[in-house]
Design a protein around this ligand. Structure first.
Ligand code: SAM
Length: 278
């Protein structure tokens, strides 16, 4: 048998499991070995590391990661897929080391072994919350490459003053550097999704502030982008007490109360958070 899954193996596995991919779980499976190897190469997977994969599905990307010699810790919500995966891996790469956890990645509270990187083709509808939960909750994840819907990837990597800059951009920036690392054709999936995909790469930076400051920064970010056309003194008044109190805090942070959230960088939001906690 080949070391990676192609269209014929995906079809056989789907038949074996009587699988009808669901949109709700973002089930679009990779059919193309070249794409799998491109993702693994972009992620720079090392043979001696433990890689976290969210949503391994039928195992297309999993086998690509395992092919490098790396070990995989996989978190899959669908019990049929989680149960089958170790068998698929054993049949195709008998030497490979894999642990599968049948759990919702949004709720996972423990990652045995402390994986140092994240490589995943994320379920589209929960990609940002899953990323923030894992990168925010597990500091040992130092880097990663994930495939997400193109608009979501652009939003995560966006910088201030662009139309797509928003709360995911600022929150992601808290944890480190993010950049777009490639595009993936929708034709390499089964079923073919109705959106394009991109690869987003991540490298962790030093924490810019304390946990208390992070929580306050994230509340300010949520408030600012819930009313993105409003001036900060208005949009932040719900968190800071009143429009007058917000103006005072924003000025103490060295920023203009008349600015809009979309013009502020993550360090700007942090400066307001610090001024409000002082
Ligand atoms: N990695 C596979 C591939 O590339 O072919 C499948 C990727 S598919 C886009 C997303 C996978 O994530 C599916 O297997 C789905 O069952 C799983 N999934 C969806 N929501 C999840 C969640 N909250 N936690 C863990 N896995 C989830």
């Amino acid at each position: 048998m080949a070391a990676l899954l192609g269209p014929a193996e995906i079809r056989d596995l789907a038949e074996l499991l009587d699988l009808q991919p669901t949109k709700k779980l973002g089930q679009n499976f990779l059919l193309d070995a070249n794409t799998v190897r491109k993702i693994v190469r972009t992620a720079g997977v090392q043979s001696n590391e433990l890689v976290l994969e969210v949503g391994p599905g039928l195992g297309s990307l999993t086998l690509g990661i395992l092919e490098t010699g790396a070990e995989v810790l996989a978190v899959e919500i669908d019990p049929r897929l989680a149960q089958q995966l170790p068998h698929t891996v054993a049949a195709m790469q008998p030497e490979a080391r894999i642990t599968v956890i049948n759990e919702d990645a949004l709720k996972v509270a423990e990652l045995p072994g402390g994986p140092t990187s994240l490589v995943a083709n994320l379920p589209y509808n929960v990609s940002v919350p899953v990323l923030l939960h894992l990168i925010g909750g597990f500091e040992h994840i130092a880097r990663g490459v994930v495939m997400v819907q193109a608009e979501v990837g652009q939003r995560i990597a966006a910088t201030p003053d662009s139309k797509i800059y928003g709360s995911p951009s600022v929150k992601a920036a808290w944890y480190g550097r993010w950049w777009l690392a490639g595009t993936i054709s929708r034709q390499v999936f089964w079923p073919v999704p109705n959106v394009d995909s991109v690869l987003v790469a991540f490298e962790r930076g030093a924490a810019p502030g304390t946990e208390e400051e992070r929580i306050r920064t994230f509340s300010l970010v949520d408030a600012a982008f819930q009313q993105r056309r409003k001036m900060l003194r208005q949009s932040l008044s719900s968190v800071l007490g009143s429009s007058a109190a917000a103006s005072e805090v924003i000025e103490r942070a060295g920023l203009a109360p008349t600015a809009r959230g979309e013009a502020l960088s993550m360090p700007d939001f942090l400066a307001i958070a610090r001024a409000s906690l002082a």
